[in-house]
Design a protein around this ligand. Structure first.
Ligand code: ADP
Ligand code: MG
Length: 734
């Protein structure tokens, strides 16, 4: 069964009582729905069975998404699942109301993204109890003068051990695997403290540790929620058109190809194509434009955008996790799990501190002969976790801050690299220009009318997504031209299009294309000059190798471009370049107003990539900002790829490290500042963590720090690091 027949029929496979429905399918990814998926235990079996394919589950929606490769087919996946569950179908469905067991990656699930909210709450309650207990100890000791027993069999020792159970479990695993880790070091410190009658110090260690873990989780969860809130679709019911009747349906029951209705004031729940109606659509979520777009037949709409006024019928192309915005979000979520260079560095540093800690503890014991001194050193050094938190908390907070501004950062590494980049390269069309050029002049030979030329051109450009193509099609429609849609088009990246239309061949594109195809432009070459020098893009049109004329297009430069270039330069970026596939005269006219160090014109996608590779040889870290049309190769070669105007190009999302959803040039500067600020906070945190560790250990070694005071230092610097990182999450660009 081919993928397409499958997609069209949305086949239903009978499986005794439990059907497996294909809810949506795109190449290599299928979303299945079945009661089978309502049980966590079943999902575990499925995950195990499907081996290395990624399986994402959403128990609440009884659905799974399987990401597979060319070694298998949807049929095979379904038949494997059905075989496995044939005998187990009468499972209780009660579990379908269980807490969502997804790994947090399921956007359509209405639970917050926290992987297990219940565990977080439990940890919070446990920490609350520990806090109450420490207040009790403090009051009893300092207000009522009660002597708190710190012996191995005291209450405080018992509380410490109970609170340390998760830590002790982890250490036991590490010991079994013959690994000496932070956990083992801390557990041994803890147990030793209890044994030598310093249970109060042991309690302090575990208290700080639990508090730190909780705070870190809170910051990470908040980052995820920020992202989630950005795309909170909150749509449960939609109206689907069935035999001309609008029926209210659960969003989950929608399939690809269905036609749904969106009216004024409603958020559009799917990605799709308008098949009827007209509406004003607020697309600020995906492209940041404040003015709404008028959309009608054949226009594309995206999930999460708002139908402000009007009514449209949308043919569903992507649902839930497959929608454009969900895919961007998924990348961001994944990135939160990746380690940035400074996080990796922090891990290495923490390992070193751990070793240093062991040496210092032993050294103190040998040199001073004091067990208490050695123990203070041990407590201080047993918490290099502050070093680890130094980087990870700052990075998560930085990513959250970006998300709040509509800057989706897929990973700490890219965030860090932005402000360490010496070169910023910008694509022109669609990136520094709005991606909505306007057709201005239609110049034709005497043999053909403007309307005829536009008709040929529009036929050739009809299926193309390039901003120039969209502008041409829109203009043709405004001229009431009927566009034949069954032409066969070949897109020639960076050049134009070649199209077979009946027996005719239409060629449309720039001068380079006609040179390559060996077709003379004749007098049109000269005629086009004045427009090119004026900064307009020229698209020549030939039918059967005979040039009939050209159209010119004017681009609107994004507001704030000038300021962005000035600001980046002020902040220390060494080289700023424009890389465009457009004619050198257009590029020259465009760049007149802007202070580029270098302008690359007439660039094919390959040339653009080569320019990046060469710049990388000369400078440290190169950023490429593009729109994903003809520049994805260049983006993939850059150290940091930033995509602009992300509403359109899928390739841009896939390849970019950072997506600027609002497409405001100033966001590039905001991102640069955020990157710098994040690195600064990481640095401050490092210093705070490491210096207090070392100084504290030295004081401890010479007997100037009691074990309890050593514990207090931990509380101090761990919470300072957390607080310092939180600053980033709420930091605003001035
Ligand atoms: P930029 O690098 O400025 O973003 P592109 O690489 O996307 O521009 O396109 C480069 C040039 O190729 C355009 O200026 C245009 O002359 C030509 N071109 C690209 N796509 C098309 C198209 N669909 N129709 C006509 N010309 C096109
Ligand atoms: Mg472009």
């Amino acid at each position: 069964m081919s993928f397409y027949t499958l997609q069209k029929t949305m086949e239903k496979i009978e499986l005794n009582m439990n059907n497996i429905y294909i809810k949506s399918a795109t190449p290599n990814r299928v979303r299945l729905k079945s009661d089978i998926f309502s049980l966590k235990s079943n999902l575990n079996v499925i995950q195990e069975m499907l081996g290395f394919y990624e399986v994402r589950a959403n128990i609440k929606c009884n659905s799974i998404v399987v990401v597979y490769d060319k070694n298998t087919t949807i049929d095979e996946i379904i038949s494997k699942i059905s075989k496995k569950f044939q005998k187990k179908i009468e499972q209780s469905l009660a579990a379908s109301h269980a807490v969502c067991g997804s790994d947090g990656a399921c956007i359509s699930c209405d639970k917050k993204l926290n992987s297990s909210p219940a565990t977080f709450k439990r940890k919070l309650v446990e920490f609350g109890l520990l806090s109450a207990y420490s207040v009790y100890i403090f009051v009893a000791k300092n207000v009522f003068g009660v002597v708190i027993a710190s012996t191995p069999f005291s209450l405080i020792a018992l509380v410490s051990v109970v609170a340390a159970i998760p830590l002790l479990r982890e250490s036991l695993d590490d010991i079994k695997n013959k690994k000496f880790t932070l956990q083992t070091f801390m557990s041994s410190t803890l147990i030793l403290a209890i044994f030598i009658g310093e249970a109060t110090a042991a309690f302090e260690i575990i208290y700080i540790l639990r508090g730190g873990m909780l705070l870190e989780e809170y910051i990470a969860t908040r980052s995820k929620n920020e992202i989630k809130n950005l795309i909170e679709l909150d749509i449960k019911k939609v109206y689907v058109l069935v035999d001309g009747v609008e029926l209210e349906t659960d969003i989950d029951e929608i399939s690809l190809g269905d036609v749904i209705v969106s009216r004024s004031g409603e958020k559009i729940p799917v990605d799709g194509i308008i098949v009827d109606g007209e509406a004003e659509i607020d697309e600020s979520l995906i492209n940041g434009r404040s003015e709404s777009a008028n959309k009608k037949n054949d226009d594309e709409v995206f999930a999460g955008t708002l139908c402000e006024a009007g009514r449209i019928y949308i043919r569903v192309d992507a649902i839930g996790e497959e929608t454009y915005i969900a895919r961007v979000m998924r990348d961001v979520e994944k990135s939160l799990k990746l380690k940035s260079p400074s996080e990796v560095q922090a891990d290495i540093l923490a390992q070193k501190l751990l070793k240093l800690g062991s040496v210092m503890t032993l050294g103190t014991l040998v040199l001073s002969g004091s067990f208490i001194n050695a123990f203070s050193v041990m407590i201080i050094m047993s918490c290099p976790c502050s070093t680890i938190l130094a980087a990870s908390t700052a990075i998560s907070a930085g990513i959250a801050n970006g998300a709040k501004q509509g800057i989706l950062i897929k990973g700490g590494e890219s965030l860090e690299k932005v402000s360490q980049s010496e070169v910023f390269c910008f694509d022109k069309t669609g990136t520094l220009t709005t991606g909505k050029p306007l057709v201005k002049e239609v110049i034709t030979s005497k043999k053909i009318t403007a309307k005829e030329l536009m008709e040929y051109l529009a036929i050739a450009e009809y299926r193309n997504t390039h901003p120039i193509a969209s502008a041409i099609v829109k203009h043709a429609k405004s001229m009431d031209i009927y566009i034949e849609q069954n032409a066969d088009t070949l897109v020639l990246s960076g050049l134009g299009v070649k199209c077979k239309y009946g027996k005719k061949t239409i060629l449309a594109g720039n001068k380079k294309l006609f040179l390559e195809q060996d077709i003379s432009l004749g007098s049109f070459d000269k005629k086009a000059n004045e427009f090119l020098e004026d900064g307009k893009t020229v698209v020549f049109v030939a039918v059967d190798a005979k040039v009939f004329g050209f159209v010119t297009l004017e681009h609107e430069v994004r507001a704030g471009t000038q300021k962005m270039i000035e600001d980046l330069r002020k902040k220390g970026v060494k080289h700023i370049a424009l890389i465009t596939g457009d004619d050198e005269r257009v590029a020259a006219s465009f760049s007149k107003e802007f202070d580029f160090d270098r302008v690359y014109a007439n660039q094919s996608p390959h040339d653009k990539a080569e320019a990046i590779v060469n710049l990388k040889k000369e400078y440290k870290n190169v950023v490429m900002v593009g729109d994903g049309v003809n520049d994805t190769l260049a983006m993939s070669k850059a150290d940091v790829a930033i995509s602009f105007a992300a509403g359109g190009s899928e390739a841009a999302i896939a390849i970019s490290n950072i997506a600027i959803t609002h497409s405001h040039p100033e966001d590039v500067v905001n991102l640069y500042d955020l990157s710098k600020k994040t690195l600064k906070v990481v640095n401050q945190n490092y210093w705070m963590g490491t210096s207090t560790n070392i100084i504290g250990a030295l004081f401890g070694a010479v007997g100037l720090l009691s074990p309890a005071a050593a514990g207090a230092i931990h509380i101090g610097h761990t919470t300072s690091i957390m607080a310092n990182s939180s600053k980033l999450a709420i930091y605003k660009n001035s």
